[in-house]
Design a protein. Sequence first.
Length: 566
Amino acid sequence: MKKYLLSILAIILPLITFAQEAVEKGIDQQIDEAFKPVSDFFSNVIFFQIGETPFVLILLVFSAAFFTLYFKFPNIRHFWTAISVVRGKYEDIEKHGAKILYGEEGVAQGVDINKVDDIEEHIENIESLHSDLEIDGDIKKTIRDESSHGEVSHFQALATAVSGTVGNGNIAGVALAIALGGPGATFWMIVCGLLGMSTKFVECTLGVHYRDVGEDGTVYGGPMYYLTKGLKEKGFKRLGKLAAVLFAIFCIGGSFGGGNAAQSNQATIVVKELLGLESTMAGTVIGLVIAFLVGIIIIGGIKRIASVTEKIVPFMAVLYILCCLYIIFANFSLIDDAIGLIVEEAFNPKAIGVGGFIGVLLVGFKRAAFSNEAGAGSASIAHSAVKTKYSASEGLVALLEPFIDTVVICTMTALVIIIFNFGGYFQYGGDGLGAVLIDGVSYEGAGITAKAFAEYIPFSNVFLTVAVFLFAVSTMISWSYYGLQSWKFLFGRGKKADLTYKVLFLTFVVIGAAASMKSIWDFSDAMIFAMVFPNMVGLYLLMPVVKKQLKRYTDAIKLKREALKS
């Protein structure tokens, strides 16, 4: 009993001290003071530099370019195939493999496509009929109906993963990039997004290929599993375990930071601005409200999360894009000027903003990588839950994410801000920390985007507040799933472990709402970029597996087309 009381006191006393200091200094300042040393430490470790460039950015960009070449530009060659998969065009391949692969001729030899045992019994006859149609020696796996494995559809998996990326990185992150690096940062964001499509394809294919399926049908996947299982196959068992544990730790940190605190931070900024709240306690109250809403959703698991995100994300993304298009085309005569400025400043050695050419390039790459998370491995956790027996099918679906997130939505936001600033409202570079002065008032992140929207759309402050809020919530619920899967990998799949994680996650919602932007974003960047290091170990060593799975799937599609022709 004494030990129990002592343990309770050990937890309560620091909280009482924190609360007393928060009353004296203000809760936001108190959280910043407690949080800043942690964010500074991680930033210094993760963003160690080679010359003026953080090594992690070199690794991300080089790897994305390498995968693009290694897989022969999958981001271009398979773009329309990916769209077809999301639309369900190839679902019949999943359900009727024998017919698709061998046509009526194979079935006529006595193959009952509804009986796996019958198919296995006649495998030699089928091979002799169509030996030239063998798919990488993987015929058995191809014709088995394994599509029951998984919990969500292709579209739901895409919506869940996109909701983890399409968020305030597109609204606040883009504004931050342009405020710091000027218009040229947009160009490098687009380049990073296009290359990142290939990286996303690789990691999400591996996520499905090496996933675990529990007895109750629950799917467990992501880098933790392809690092342990995949590297074990390659003879690197210890390396795989170490990389998987590191990834899980960083992913949990990323779920608390970029996937949570940074989102609630930006949502709080726009809500406070809309309601005209200036009290230091307002952020805490808003954070508690957000935590309550998120808590209700994340209790339901991936199926609940997917059912929410597949409704919120497409609706808000389309509405947001329409508003951006309205502003862009309302200023049609300025579009070519904006594009010209983006290209010119991207290669200008004395570019507007901070650090000249290198500074602009780094800001663009950094914000794009934070926004679409290609290379971090997080999205593969959501994609692992898809109902499919072709891992590469979901890899192709996943390559659409950076395109939607960075090439489309981030570019739209950037054009709106650049067109707005042709009026000379603020100076690129700002205070060097991401804040700019507009009409004598300091704005940062989503506040800059909101100001640009307000110039052209009446009551846009209400719309943008709702958009930022819903994007934040959708991102948080997706990242809660990523973090929880990593937590389960480290601490087991029990209900107590789940509850512990969810309580911690919701606590960070409140912390993010009450803290300052810079300390939150520094920590968020560091955690998400830290995931890149262990993840890349798996991507490079398991590339041949991805190539084999891609061939297996594309061959199945070709065979379907041949069957339809005949």
